[in-house]
Design a protein around this ligand. Structure first.
Ligand code: PLP
Length: 437
């Protein structure tokens, strides 16, 4: 169903909304991946979500494996979250002054994440990363930052840097509108490559403020890293007085209560959060030990602020989400669900008419269409593989399953998903593979 005329016939309300949107919103969307450009066709406009399901403007239902890119770990409209947001709203939606919710959510995060002493709230993951980097530069008195090819850290200028071609490269902007001067202090390295890290630190180590990494990179497919690689980053940064930043905007409170830090037994100097901690409201946070966080204004000399930071409604949503996860042993349940998914998908993927490999970490999973299997580094998909994914995406949509509209995006399980939902996913995949073979 990639023919757009067919789609307009099938989903007239989404098509009409998209046409109106394109007049007043660039590309008709407020975040590019939503526009379906990678898979073709026109985006669904969503009218509502309930548990594991999404309903579009035309009233069609879909089993949702995007969950707002991982923000909805409890699924859509969880009653505890809806109640918390409703109650909070009755008391006003923003004060621009401190409220108890900020303290309560901060206490939960600090108590959960290894060695974390303080956090500050912002309104998005992008802001959390931007602020953490500014703080790292202030604390170390250095300018350079290191990121890894294939890791996404939001859309701040100095982090929108393209992948190098394998070896350490000087950062080049990957977006128009980002002056080269802004990324001149960014170094891009390949994942999974201790030698490249060492070579860079041998020459520039004394100038590097921070190394930032998604410890389970989940924005270029799912590029699971060797624990030794993460350990080597911890070692080399400590040796050079460089801060290690774990960007846990996706992985934090998803893979474990203490994120990848807990799972890998590696403590970063700073960590960034987003997605899950807002329970579907706009929340980001960054944190670390008091000795570093004290550099932030008003105590310190590093400015950082936000009109809606620590918003009472958003805090209530985050608190309710974390409380359900803790009360229901959510992470154990999600791991069990993920294991089940792996077992159910294995025979279907093995029978697929082309190579598809399942990569999974807890409730995060990715069907890799790479012919070579599951990569550890950011590699481009072949054109043939991309075309196969697009066909699968539309075949699944027709069968009522909503996958991320890009072959490079990971899928998310929520606590609302059941074994029956995994069976539906498996059956839809089997049929879709047959339909597009
Ligand atoms: C989503 C994401 C961000 C950016 O968060 P926004 O809330 O979209 O600004 C940063 N880092 C990682 C790892 C992410 O997945």
């Amino acid at each position: 169903m990639t023919n757009s005329e067919d789609e307009i016939a099938v989903r007239p309300r989404s098509a009409a909304l998209y046409e109106r949107a394109c007049h007043v919103i660039p590309g008709g969307v407020n975040s590019p991946v939503r526009a379906f450009r990678a898979v073709g066709g026109t985006p669904l406009f969503i009218a509502r979500g309930a548990g594991q399901q999404l309903f579009d403007a035309d009233g069609r239902g879909y089993l949702d494996f995007v969950n707002s890119w991982g923000a909805l770990i409890l699924g859509h409209a969880h009653p505890a979250v809806v109640a918390a947001i409703t109650d909070a709203t009755k008391n006003g939606t923003t004060f621009g002054a401190p409220c108890a919710g900020e303290v309560e959510l901060a206490e939960r995060i600090v108590a959960s994440y290894p060695a974390l002493e303080q956090v500050r709230f912002v309104s998005s993951g992008t802001e959390a990363v931007m602020s953490a980097i500014r703080l790292a530069r202030a604390f170390t008195g250095r300018d350079l930052i290191v990121k890894f090819s294939g890791c996404y850290h939001g859309h701040a200028d100095h982090l929108l840097v393209a992948a190098g071609s394998g070896l350490a490269t000087f950062g080049r902007p990957s977006s128009a509108g980002v002056p080269e001067a802004f990324t001149a202090c960014t170094r891009v390295l390949p994942l999974d490559d201790e030698a490249a890290v060492k070579a860079l630190f041998d020459t520039e180590g004394a100038r590097i403020a921070a190394v930032i990494i998604e410890p389970v990179p989940a924005n270029h497919g799912l590029l699971l890293q060797r624990r030794e690689f993460l350990e080597s980053l911890r070692r080399v940064t400590s040796q050079h007085g460089t801060l290690l930043i774990f960007d846990e905007v996706i992985s934090g409170f998803r893979l474990a209560r203490g994120g990848v830090s807990e799972l890998a037994g590696i403590v970063p100097d700073l960590a960034t959060f987003g997605k899950v901690i807002g329970g579907g409201m706009p929340v980001g946070a960054f944190g670390g030990p008091r000795r570093i966080m004290a550099r932030l204004a008003p105590d310190g000399d590093t400015y950082q602020a936000g009109t809606l930071s620590g918003n009472p409604v958003a805090m209530a949503s985050g608190i309710a989400t974390l409380d359900v996860l803790i009360r229901e042993s959510g992470w154990q349940k999600l791991e069990a669900l993920g294991t089940q998914l792996g077992e159910m998908l294995a025979p279907v993927l093995a029978d697929a008419p082309f190579p598809v490999h399942l990569v999974r970490a807890g409730s995060l999973f990715w069907m890799s269409f790479h012919e070579a299997g599951a990569p550890r580094t950011a590699a481009p998909l072949s054109e043939a593989a991309s075309a196969r994914f697009s066909a699968l995406f539309h075949a699944m949509l027709e069968r009522g399953v909503y996958l991320p509209p890009s072959a490079y995006e990971a899928c998310f399980l929520s606590l609302a998903h059941t074994t029956a939902d995994l069976q539906r996913l498996t059956q839809a995949l089997r049929e879709s593979f047959a339909a597009i073979a």
